[in-house]
Design a protein around this ligand. Sequence first.
Ligand SMILES: NC(=O)C1=CN([C@@H]2O[C@H](COP(=O)(O)OP(=O)(O)OC[C@H]3O[C@@H](n4cnc5c(N)ncnc54)[C@H](OP(=O)(O)O)[C@@H]3O)[C@@H](O)[C@H]2O)[C@@H](O)CC1
Ligand SMILES: Nc1ncnc2c1ncn2[C@@H]1O[C@H](COP(=O)(O)OP(=O)(O)OP(=O)(O)O)[C@@H](O)[C@H]1O
Length: 607
Amino acid sequence: MLANTRGFLWSDVETRALLDIWGEQDVQTALDGNFRNSHVYRDVACRLGEMGFDRTPEQCRIRVKGLKRQYYQAKEGIKKNGHYRKICKFYDEMEGILSNRPQIDPQDMIDSVAVGDEALDGTEEEAEGIGHSHEAYMESTGECSYAEHTVKLESPPFPIPVPSSSNGAGQRQSNTQTKTPPMARPKRSKKRYTNLSLDKLMEKFLEQSMEAEENFYKYEEQRLKVEDRRREAEHLRELQMLQVLGQMFAGIASPAQPSTQTGSSAPLLGQHNPHHADHINHHNMTSAPSQPIVIERAFTLSNLQAVRNMENILPLVRNIIPPLNSKKHKGQDGRVGIIGGCQEYTGAPYFAAVSALKVGADLSHVFCTKDAAAVIKSYSPELIVHPVLDSPNAVEEVEKWLSRLHTVVVGPGLGRDDRLLGNAKTIIEKSKALGIPVVVDADGLWLIAQQPSIIQGYQRAILTPNYMEFSRLYEAVCRDSVDSSDNQRNVVRLSQAMGNVTIVQKGEKDIISDGDKVIVCSHEGSSRRCGGQGDLLSGSLGVLAHWAFMSGPEKTNGLNPSLVAALGACTLTRQCNHQAFHKHGRSTTTTDMIAEVGPAFKKLFET
Ligand SMILES: NC(=O)C1=CN([C@@H]2O[C@H](COP(=O)(O)OP(=O)(O)OC[C@H]3O[C@@H](n4cnc5c(N)ncnc54)[C@H](OP(=O)(O)O)[C@@H]3O)[C@@H](O)[C@H]2O)[C@@H](O)CC1
Ligand SMILES: Nc1ncnc2c1ncn2[C@@H]1O[C@H](COP(=O)(O)OP(=O)(O)OP(=O)(O)O)[C@@H](O)[C@H]1O
């Protein structure tokens, strides 16, 4: 369990908050000289919680341990080669805290590692600073990469000499001795040999650390280049297609509509387009030079004439809806899997799964914990409920079904238990390997905020954060706080940082972006905000995403299928809200909205 949370990302803001608390005089005093410090870290975690950061005492302790390790490594690095400071991002903060404490010479730490049990006589704080160097290094890499990008440090190719310690003095070293400044320390002839070789070991260790770090960045750079090339090729294809479409539209444009065009010539590159509708705005927000702007031109050309308001873009959603006919068999119009549902939350997965059915999926599966399954089944006989998510072989159980599913929706009612989140992570990875569209909502987004790379760059992923979930994601990925004055820019920026994964930021207006284009949906809903509306959205989106990806570019007018699906799901959810509110007013619940899915769908997409 702990292993799952250990690597989870700490944002800079969170780390600074931790350091502020940990660096306080009373905390330091409590830690000083105390071998057992769990009560102190309980207090630290509690205070961190009051600041809005949900961390366990153990996570705080491990994070501090990693930071101390980095700090001592950096300090040692400065002594040795003067440019090792970069390994410790929070060097100044650590220096401010630790320099006020009794000095511990890094060499002492090395000595202590070599003599093993010697550290036991020091405080736990000191022992933490020196032990588990590999783990600490792995943590240190969490500073500049995500958990799965940790750089593995090779063990030294030679054994670390551990002197036999039959001598009691060799086994135990007093507290004061550990803290004695190196100059005043009595010489220990027996250890001199050990110290010398450990010096070399330390140098080698530092060299390997830097080499590993350099390699990591090298590979990361290569990976990004390959990704760029792939995206360029994709853009080129899109461009060609859109140009053809643009020409077609230009050819059929009637002279009776000259006011909708910017003249016979195409709009200037990057020029603001005055014909953007109030409800739906398409912007190419990419500041990259030629290609994306040309795409905007082609895109705008075709859409200037076809898209003027919400009613005009709905045909794209209509296009992707599979026709009903008697030749089809059960399952063909969609088999959706919801990954979520635990003891506390049984409504959310039910809402998502049943909404998927009501939109038009043929089969809707829920993969939940054992204790949630009977409850969810009792809500609806239409759902296929698998009580597997907390079983020891959860992933294998889900995997049996995965290849038959068309979409998975991860997160509604999942909860934040580490084991369930770990299983959800593996299920996402397996879905990606199968190319299945993945919608991530609610607690699934919590997981992604901890480990964005799970979904980063997967273009069939759609994330549906509410404002809170968005801020959490944004801070974790962009290492910045959201700019509340420019939501569209925030959404584009997050999408780009996530490798053009589609983001749907839900709210008063839903902002949808794939990092390249933005759609703003402000279809009329209501002011009733009962819980579960987001689940209706994610379940509907699951089905629409499958239909959109199945349809092909001619049906979506070259627009990213994720954008079309997202616009459809947002519009539908808001319409359901509108209709339900019309009937029930303040007493509207998500169940009332689900009852409106059929009529709302018909009104929006089938008339
Ligand atoms: N019937 C069921 O079974 C349902 C189960 N559900 C399931 O519950 C689980 C947890 O989901 P969650 O959304 O409550 O958790 P999380 O994101 O931590 O939010 C916590 C706090 O964030 C805030 N906040 C929220 N939205 C905001 C906004 N738009 N703008 C600003 N702030 C906002 C708000 O803080 P407050 O206003 O209370 O201070 C809130 O208390 C998840 O599995 C989900 O699927 C739901 O689907 C509902 C139906
Ligand atoms: N202020 C608002 N005005 C109109 N519609 C809104 C508003 N806020 C949210 N919505 C709509 O409600 C739907 C769900 O968004 P919401 O922010 O409630 O999600 P959520 O918090 O994830 O929901 P859940 O309760 O399922 O966790 C979206 O379709 C969104 O468009």
